[in-house]
Design a protein around this ligand. Structure first.
Ligand SMILES: Nc1nc2c(c(=O)[nH]1)N[C@H]1C(S)=C(S)[C@@H](COP(=O)(O)OP(=O)(O)OC[C@H]3O[C@@H](n4cnc5c(N)ncnc54)[C@H](O)[C@@H]3O)O[C@H]1N2
Ligand code: MOO
Length: 347
């Protein structure tokens, strides 16, 4: 049979034959065979190219294989492993490595802790072609070493070359429009020194213990950055302004101010950040938790006002924006606006 159904195409056609496993001794498997035991195992039981022996037959029957294919790939087709591999290689950029093909799938794994670069429009254009799947993490996701960032898989065992060529053409067009950049990358995070100012009369006076410092420190250190200095301030606007200016003068790469971010009369932080001279990208972020976060720039240095939830909730708007800032992105109003869709994490 012809796998691509195009009887007019020139060249040798793909030939697939079904052979009962009981007659397959001495033949080689044309593709990986999978076993799934719910809750225990999911993966390759037999590898492509495996030479079938009599001892394999009960195991093949156990995973529901009464027949196997013999396969001669024609000139106009590709084996699933090769289709997935070609697509994955074309997408591969800095900070990623490819896995070997596995059950028709090739994975792009991160080589570092960093920020995923993924173009959603290209991912959709490739998936629009059909018969070849590309699944990725979300763009701007923080990824760790070894984490899968994208994976390609051919849907049929044998795929028309034209489908892969269509996908490669999309990738080529993307590279041409983006200065030759590979579509999928993991950008490294810069190591920043942060000046931290903790506001709140109850903390300043020693009435309660500071919990913001340890929380911010832990989040920064997990991403390779550090708090250079932490200061404390009562809820006095001018005192907060003076501290911000002094932290700026000390040359920190970023300034973070905690507490006093919401609606009470003692919440002085947003006004003080503005008075210190910052350009405010947004006060208010459409994500919960983290809605009262302020993002701004003070003479080009990122400055953030962090609401109380950041010391309490494991994942807030701070966790979305911080990796991007560390990767060197300038946060815009459009970035903030886009955070609302999918931004409800419970609050
Ligand atoms: N009526 C409204 N109430 C609240 C709103 C609102 O819009 N309207 N917003 C809510 C949101 S969202 C958040 S988040 C919280 C927190 O806002 P703030 O950043 O202004 O936090 P504070 O008022 O300064 O403190 C709240 C709470 O946290 C404790 N705190 C603050 N800093 C520290 C610290 N360094 N160490 C330990 N504990 C700290 C503080 O003592 C308070 O208990 O507001 C919602 N409410
Ligand atoms: O800034 Mo507040 O969580 O939305 O918790």
């Amino acid at each position: 049979m012809s796998a691509n159904g195009n009887e007019l195409s020139a060249g040798r056609e793909t030939v697939m034959r079904e052979v009962p496993v009981t007659h397959a001794i001495g033949m080689r498997l044309a593709h990986d065979l999978t076993q799934i035991v719910p809750g225990k195992f999911k993966g390759r039981k037999y590898k492509r190219g495996h030479l079938i022996t009599e001892a394999d037959i009960p195991g093949l029957l156990d995973i529901g294989k009464e027949h196997i294919y013999t396969l001669e790939i024609g000139d106009n087709d590709l084996h699933e492993d090769d289709a997935a591999g070609q697509l994955a290689s074309a997408l591969l950029g800095d900070g990623l490595t490819l896995t070997e093909p596995h059950e028709g799938k090739v994975t792009l794994r991160s080589e570092r802790l960093g920020l995923a670069v993924i173009p959603p429009a290209l991912v959709e254009a490739i998936n629009e072609i059909g018969d070849i799947a590309l699944a990725t993490v979300k763009r701007h996701a923080l990824v760790s070493i070894g984490q899968p960032v994208a994976a390609t898989r051919a849907i049929p065992l044998v795929l028309p070359k034209a489908k892969v060529e269509a996908a490669l053409a999309q990738i080529e067009a993307y590279r041409a429009a983006n200065g030759g950049e590979a579509p999928i990358q993991v950008r490294p995070l810069n190591k920043l020194r942060i000046g931290l100012l903790t506001t709140g009369g109850e903390v300043f006076s020693g009435r309660i213990e500071d919990k913001f410092g340890p929380a911010v420190r832990a989040k920064l250190e997990a991403l390779g950055s550090e708090v250079g200095e932490q200061r404390f301030s009562p809820d006095d606007r001018q005192t907060i302004v003076n501290h911000i200016r002094s932290l700026y003068d000390k040359g920190y790469d970023m300034i973070v101010v905690t507490g006093g971010m919401s609606v009470d009369p003692d919440d002085r932080t947003p006004g003080a950040i503005k008075e210190a001279g910052a350009d405010i990208v947004s006060y208010g972020t459409p994500m919960l938790p983290g809605s009262m976060l302020l993002m701004g720039y003070l003479n080009g240095i990122p400055i953030m006002g962090l609401p109380g939830c950041v010391m309490h909730d494991p994942y807030t708007s701070f966790d979305v924006l911080l990796p991007r800032i560390l990767a060197g992105d300038i946060i815009t109003r459009a970035d903030i606006v886009s955070m609302g869709y999918g931004g409800l994490y419970g609050c």
